[in-house]
Each structure stands twice: as C-alpha cells, then as structure tokens.
Design a protein around this ligand. Structure first.
Ligand SMILES: *Cc1c(COP(=O)(O)O)cnc(C)c1O
Length: 434
C-alpha cells in the first residue's frame, strides 16, 4: 500500500498535490508519506500479533528525525549500526532501551556510548567483539546485554551486495560454532546473554529463504534459550518491497496483487515463520527497514532537457546518482512517472542525471510518455536507502526532504546550501595564494 496516486491527472502524496511541493521547495525533493510508513508498520505488527514480539525499525534505511519520531510514536524500537544512528534516535525522542546495535565493526567509543545509554542489546558478530564489549562493560561497571548473530548459511537469493547470510559474507558467526561461542560468552563476567539474532539479506521478495533460515535456527534458539536463559530471538530484517509496478495501488488490491504474484506480504511472512516459533518461549524481534520506509518515499526531479541522439531519447533531470544511488549501485528498478499524468503514446527513454558518469542513469529504454523540459518526474520507492546514501559528489548539495501528513506538509530537512558543502574544509597555511 502507499499513498501516492493520481487524482484528476495530478500526482498526490496523501492529500497534497506533489506539484505544490515542487513549486514551494524546488527539486530534487524527497517526499515521504507518514500514512504509508504507519500502514506498513501496523500491517507487520498485526501479522506478528499471535506471538510476543517487537519491531525494531532499521534506522539505516531512512534516518530522518521525523521518520524516526513517527516510528517511536508507533511503539517501534530501532536497529542501529553506529553511534551516529543511536544519537539520531535519541534526538528524535526515541528510547535507547529499545535499540539493538548491529554491525561487524563496532568501535570502543561506540560500545561505551551505547552501554552508557543502556541499549537493549548488542548483536555481536565475532568473538573479538565479545571480548571487547566485556572489557568495556567491566570498565564502566556494567553488564552488557548481548546476542550473537548466527550466520545460518542460507542463500537469500537477492542481489550480491545485500546478501548477508552465507559463509561468503562477513556477517555473523557460523551456525556450527554458535553454541561454543555462547559457552565462552557465558564465562565473561560482564556480559548478560539476552538473545540470539540473524539477518540473511535485504530485499527478499520470497518467503522461502526466511522460512529455511528460521526452520534451521529455531531449534538452536530454543536450546540456547533454555540453557542460557535468553529472552529473545531476532529474525532480522530483509522483507522485500515491490518496485514494479509502483502504481497498482492506493487501495487494498495492492496487497492482493502482491499475494497473487507470490510476493511476500506481512501475512505470508508470518504464516511461514510463526509455526517454527510458537513453541519457543522467546520474544520475537524483527528489524525491517525497507519494508516500512521503501514505498513511503518519492524522489521528485525536474526535467532540464530532452536530448534526442539518433534513435535514443535522453530525459536529463536535475536529480542524480548522488541523490539516489540505488540504480547505479544495485542495478535496481524504480518506477518513474510524471507528476502530471500523460495519456499519449510511450517512447523508450533513458532518464539520466547531470553527473559525469555513465552510471548516472535512473532507467534505460523505459517506455515513458513524450515528456517536455520543465516537467517534474516522480521516482517511486525511494524512501529506503535513498537520501541516507546521498553524497556531495560533483559538489551537488543534498536534496530537501518533506513529510506529508494528510493535508499537511513540512520540511523535515532543508536543502543544503552549496557553501555548506565545503565549510569544514581548510587550506593549509603554506599554500599561499599566488
Ligand atoms: C540492513 C539490516 C536490516 C534492515 O534490512 P532491510 O532489508 O532494510 O529490512 C536489519 N537488520 C540488520 C542486522 C541489517 O544489517
């Protein structure tokens, strides 16, 4: 489900016409629908209702403070991967005690800070990390809550850059070694064994790999749970979203059409994993990022030029790979539709940005209406791994972000001024101006 639709030929986010946002705030512009964020969270929450559970929103997918506040108000916890993300959660009014801290490279400072804020759990990815956390906890006279991330060696069948659950990846501790690691951890005096965790990858659109991984790890979780008095089993995130087509939506048929196409829904996910978890006497955690935020965001861009070269049509827009890197980085598909609906014939078009790289391309040979310079385009499903991965490449300022709620819209991140790009830079004294 999402709350972007054409009404009378104009694209709306909830009850706000996107063109009014463009006129007021310029482009490139990220636009988030609060109702869509909320709907996705609630849908997942309801599907997991049969078991005691918590949802920890993966901050790395969209870390805007307004998005985090929306999540906190819904009762979400947070999956964080850095001190910066924990500080963001706190800045947004979230509770550190609902945070789980993931990642293979937690630094001493990050661990100290997270311990001092009493986070819910460190999801530990190696034995040296266990020892480091124990040492720091001793220094702070604390007991650090930990879970070990199990690598179940299950192929998530997704893009190689976002597969994390096989022994080819840097993540977690091999399934076969996990129990010995818990035994070791139980001898470290400043650790409290709180749970067990896994995460096999991102953008999984089938339930099968989830089911395989849960079926494999659940008996281990049960055994560890009894032996070490654990409290939770985290299944990680990774629930995929529909990137194409983006607009068969706006009503309940969105979910039915997903089910019909055999694409994972909260209900099919729950139906696959819950039977393996019922007898576990452990709280179930999940850490969705993309599933909650992905379809809740658009990137709006203005057409600067239409360039015809031989047989090709290039639509040159003012957004670029520095604003949304997913097509260049993951070869990902994003639906692209004009903010003003067209009815004419479609022509194969490449939508490209102004950056001096051939990879700066949002789509190739995509059937699009005959567009004109000055029109605005909406790039769909840009709410996850969009703005958070933006950079200043080509000294382009970061886009503005807008949150829509019903008829209301607010700037939740103002457009970066160009001078802000280099304000932290300095020229050494010896480099005198000639
Ligand atoms: C990235 C990540 C997530 C979220 O992944 P999504 O695909 O956005 O749901 C959850 N848990 C961990 C440990 C992660 O690294």
């Amino acid at each position: 489900m999402h709350d972007f639709r054409y009404i009378g030929g104009r694209l709306y986010c909830e009850q706000v016409p996107v063109e009014t946002l463009v006129r007021k705030h310029g482009t490139p512009l990220y636009v988030y629908s609060q109702a869509t964020l909320t709907e996705h969270f609630k849908r997942l929450d309801a599907a997991l209702d049969p078991l005691p559970h918590s949802i920890c929103f993966a901050v790395k997918s969209n870390s805007n403070l307004a998005v985090l506040r929306t999540m906190a108000n819904l009762g979400s916890g947070f999956d964080i991967v850095s001190e910066g993300e924990l500080r963001r959660v706190i800045a947004a009014g979230g509770d550190p005690r609902t945070c789980v801290f993931a990642g293979v490279g937690k630094s001493e400072d990050e661990i100290s800070f997270a311990l001092s804020r009493d986070i819910y759990c460190f999801n530990v990815e190696s034995e040296p990390e266990l020892e480091r956390i124990d040492r720091i906890a001793a220094r702070l006279r604390k007991k650090a809550p930990i879970a070990v991330r199990v690598n179940p060696n299950i192929d998530a069948l997704t893009h190689a850059k976002i597969t994390t659950g096989t022994y080819e990846n840097k993540f977690g501790i091999a399934f076969e070694r996990v129990e010995q690691v818990y035994v070791r951890a139980s001898r470290l005096k400043h650790l409290r064994l709180r749970g067990v965790q896994m995460h096999i990858g991102s953008q999984l659109t089938e339930v099968k790999p989830f089911e395989q991984a849960v079926a494999k790890v659940a008996p281990l979780a049960a055994r560890l749970g009894r032996r070490f008095g654990l409290e939770f089993f985290s299944l990680g995130g990774g629930l995929g979203i529909v990137y194409r087509p983006a607009l068969d939506s706006g009503d309940a048929s969105w979910w039915t059409s997903r089910a019909a196409r055999n694409i994972l829904t909260p209900e099919s996910y729950a139906a696959a994993v819950l039977p393996h978890l019922r007898s576990l006497d452990l709280r179930i955690l999940i850490e969705p990022g993309r599933f909650v935020s992905g379809n809740a965001g658009l990137l709006i861009s203005r057409i600067e030029y239409i360039k015809q070269t031989g047989r090709k049509t290039f639509v040159i827009v003012d957004a670029a790979m520095n604003d949304l890197i997913r097509p260049a980085f993951y070869d990902s598909f994003h639906e692209i539709l004009p903010v003003h609906q067209h009815n004419g014939p479609l022509v194969p078009s490449d939508v490209v940005g102004p950056i001096c790289e051939s990879g700066d391309c949002f789509c190739k040979d995509r059937p699009l209406p005959r567009l004109k310079a000055g029109e605005s385009l909406a790039i769909f499903s840009a709410g996850a791994y969009g703005f958070v991965m933006a950079s200043n490449y080509n000294s382009r300022g970061l886009a503005a972000e807008i949150m829509v709620h019903g008829r209301r819209a607010a700037v939740v991140n103002r457009r970066q001024k160009l001078s802000e790009i280099w304000e932290r830079e300095q020229i050494p004294a010896w480099l005198k101006k000639r």
